[in-house]
Design a binder for this molecule. Structure first.
Ligand SMILES: NC(=O)c1ccc[n+]([C@@H]2O[C@H](COP(=O)([O-])OP(=O)(O)OC[C@H]3O[C@@H](n4cnc5c(N)ncnc54)[C@H](O)[C@@H]3O)[C@@H](O)[C@H]2O)c1
Length: 253
């Protein structure tokens, strides 16, 4: 119950399937959580967690904007006194049907803008705060199986962004960890069922079930427990990993 006791976390994408669950587990494990999403549903999801005894607040905001991160940093420090953990879960997706002949650079740029800028601005605000205040915190970013290897999809902005996030996580280890003791890891789910992506499940259920060695589909808690672990002190010597949470998909022949 105390795996994240007294840790203060900002979790983005917290109205989404995985990071809503992560917010709930973080609170169960003793963390104080600032739940952020562009979707106002984050407020009612946060209210559910508080009603169950969790210590959390909700912020509706666009994390692809630098100003949002400045506000998040100020608000979190004012409310909880510090920031130990950032979970960069917010992401936009691209339609799965764009092949090389039909994709436009605008489609790619918009996905890259949201998915990459949110990570970049979290570094340029909260990371600076951690460095200045000598906090040995950690960042958990989201890559994806699509960012690790070709997985049969068409050319899209989404996998490009997820490959960049993996590199943009691991690169930070070399720039920052030695001097400041701050860790950077990422998660690479393959398919984890979440309510907002039901339409993807409807299109590709057979493919996902066939491609996954485990005999069942990943659920939000399967990814969320991995986030709890990587962000906790139990993982204090784990740095720069991109952990597949995919039922064995990555090593399947
Ligand atoms: N579910 C999967 O199978 C899977 C696979 C690989 C990677 N991922 C990654 O896991 C993370 C969590 O996604 P999920 O599966 O829970 O999907 P989800 O669609 O349920 O959640 C994503 C959330 O991000 C929010 N968001 C989008 N743009 C935003 C912005 N600019 N500012 C603030 N919030 C914004 C959305 O409103 C949504 O609530 C994402 O980074 C995703 O790319 C998921």
């Amino acid at each position: 119950m105390d795996r994240l006791k007294n840790k203060v976390a900002i979790i983005t994408g917290a109205a989404g399937g995985i990071c809503r669950k992560a917010s709930e587990l973080f609170c169960q494990e003793g963390a104080k959580v600032v739940m952020v999403d562009i979707d106002p549903q984050v407020e009612s999801f946060c209210a559910d967690i508080v009603a169950a005894g969790g210590d959390a607040i909700a912020v509706v905001g666009d994390v692809s904007l630098r100003d949002t991160w400045v506000q998040l940093q100020d608000l979190t420090v004012e409310k909880y006194g510090t920031i130990d953990i950032v979970v960069n879960g917010a992401a936009v997706f691209s339609p799965p049907t764009h092949d090389w002949a039909h994709i436009t650079s605008e489609m790619i740029h918009e996905v890259m803008r949201v998915n990459i800028d949110s990570m970049l601005y979290s570094y340029q605000t909260v990371l600076r705060y951690m460095m200045k205040n000598k906090i040995r915190g950690n960042f958990l970013n989201f890559s994806s199986s699509t960012g690790l290897a070709f997985n049969g999809g068409a050319v899209q902005g989404y996998p490009f962004s997820k490959a960049c996030i993996k590199l943009g996580t691991q690169n930070m280890v070399n720039q920052v960890s030695k001097k400041y003791g701050i860790r950077f890891n990422c998660l690479a789910p393959n398919y984890v069922w979440v309510p907002k992506q039901q339409h993807v499940w409807d299109m590709f259920q057979n493919h996902f079930e066939e491609a996954t060695p485990m005999p069942y589909t990943g659920m939000p808690e399967d990814a969320a427990w991995a986030i709890v672990y990587l962000c906790s002190d139990e993982a204090k010597y784990i740095n720069g990993v991109c952990l597949p949470v995919d039922g064995g998909w990555y090593v399947k022949k």
